[in-house]
Design a protein around this ligand. Structure first.
Ligand code: UD1
Length: 415
């Protein structure tokens, strides 16, 4: 994206359309690998992570067409077995092809994802679970090699409700012999999306959205057509933008229940919110109270909205205490927010934010996707011109960010 210029202090007013959920579509694209034929996915956001997944699928031999937010994936009778380093290093979610490839081909070779800006992020839960399904796994030359002449259903207990491990294991177990139970699974709405898509393909899965998922293995899958749910993190980011700028915006479509933890916090700090079907309207005067919270797996407060909420608390009345429980290093944006006048103290995974009267503009640098979102929000609320240097992070997860913000009155442009 390069450099973004924001002249702060404009109230956001108007309507914003919410795109399809990044964290759902990437997994549906991986799932499509399991059925020869053409799968179709609608409401796909035009974001870099989707383009990276397209690149990976093409590497595996899948024909891809992407027009008007609709993806058509033509999966052949044969698909490749290797997710190469040059793609996996761009996007960690590439590892979600491991379960589908192993289930479909009986083997997969996937580059080990490296470290990541927000923490170490190992994939041990994925590997342990696949081994329990009967896969032989070895790590060599920076790759994971997984092999199984046939996967066998198993009882799997996850150590932690990992989103990615839940999805990878669900997909692998779909074509396993017999029944698989996975306990302590992630309950994110995106997991339900994966279940629904796989069931449309002919899988027999139930329990997504609860903490136990049961999968009865089937012999084969057929292609499916699906429309992706709205992105609750994109919507949350725009709600916070409106709250911070004293604005009034309507967002549509959203699924209110997917955003319950953020909506509760916004109401707690004094922001007016009205919900009408799949539409949400937020009205703010720009002043609000401090609040305490911690990030948790769904339905707790999403870690992917913690940096943005911290930016909001930087100009709240009072002291907020927040704790990041999911990642080890989600505070990379803090030093940049401090350069804009925020008063934030970090000790281990806890941040104490003393709200200030206003933020001031500065030149800041984006370290990761949600850190970038936090800096955009800070820039929208700050006095003066903020320059945000971004090496492509925001494009990974926000479809038409600048156009959407400009349409509701933000003074924001690409330099
Ligand atoms: C997904 C989301 C990401 C979100 C996260 C948590 C996608 C593409 N990304 O990431 O936006 O922030 O869920 O809601 O859907 N862990 C291990 N071992 C493992 C797997 C995970 O230790 O094998 C740890 C991770 O390092 C992290 C925590 O578990 O600290 C949660 O990770 P996980 O839920 O797996 O997140 P992702 O699926 O990678």
């Amino acid at each position: 994206m390069g450099k973004i210029r924001i002249e702060g202090g404009r109230q956001l007013e108007g309507h914003i359309s919410i795109s399809g959920a990044k964290n759902a579509v990437l997994k549906l694209m991986a799932a499509a690998l399991m059925a020869p034929g053409e799968s179709v996915i609608h409401n796909v956001p035009k974001i870099q992570d989707v383009y990276t997944m397209i690149e990976l699928l093409r590497t595996l031999g899948v024909g891809v067409s992407f027009t008007d937010h609709t993806l058509r994936l033509s999966v052949g009778e044969e698909v490749g077995e290797e997710a190469p380093h040059e793609v996996v290093r761009k996007m960690r979610a590439s590892i979600q092809v491991m379960g589908p490839l192993l289930a479909r081909l009986g083997r997969a070779r996937v580059s080990l994802p490296g470290g990541c800006a927000i923490g170490e992020r190992p994939i041990d839960f994925h590997i342990k679970g696949l081994a329990q399904l009967g896969a032989k796994i070895k790590e060599e030359h920076g790759y994971i090699y997984a092999e199984a002449s046939s996967l066998i259903g198993a009882d799997i207990q996850l150590d932690y409700p990992s989103v990615g491990a839940t999805e990878n294991l669900m997909m692998a177990a779909t074509l396993a012999k017999g029944t698989t139970q996975i306990r302590n699974v992630a309950r994110e709405p995106e997991i339900i999306e994966v279940q629904n898509f796989l069931n449309q393909m002919g899988a027999r899965i139930r329990g997504a959205g609860t903490d136990v998922i049961r999968i009865e293995g089937v012999d084969g899958l057929s292609p499916a057509e699906h429309t992706v749910i709205p992105d609750r993190i994109e919507a949350g980011t725009y709600l916070i933008a409106a709250a911070m700028t004293g604005g009034r915006v309507t967002l549509e479509p959203i699924i209110p229940q997917h955003m319950a933890s953020l909506i509760a916090k916004l109401r707690e700090i004094g922001i007016k919110i009205a919900i009408d079907g799949n539409r949400i309207c937020l009205q703010s005067t720009g002043r609000y109270r401090a609040v305490n919270f911690q990030s948790l797996p769904y339905p707790g407060f999403p870690t992917d909205l913690l940096p943005q909420t911290m930016a909001m608390m930087a100009v709240a009345d009072g002291i907020s205490v927040m704790k990041e429980t999911v990642y080890s290093n989600r505070y990379k944006h803090v030093s940049e927010l401090r350069r804009m006048g925020a008063n934030i103290l970090v000790a281990d995974r806890t941040a104490v934010v003393q709200g200030v009267e206003h933020l001031t503009s500065a030149e800041v640098v984006v370290s990761d996707l949600r850190a970038g979102a936090a800096l955009v929000l800070a820039g929208l609320a700050a006095q003066g011109v903020t320059i945000i240097e971004d090496d492509g992070h925001l494009d990974r997860g926000y479809d038409s960010l600048i156009a959407k913000m400009r349409a509701v009155g933000a003074d924001m442009s690409l330099l």
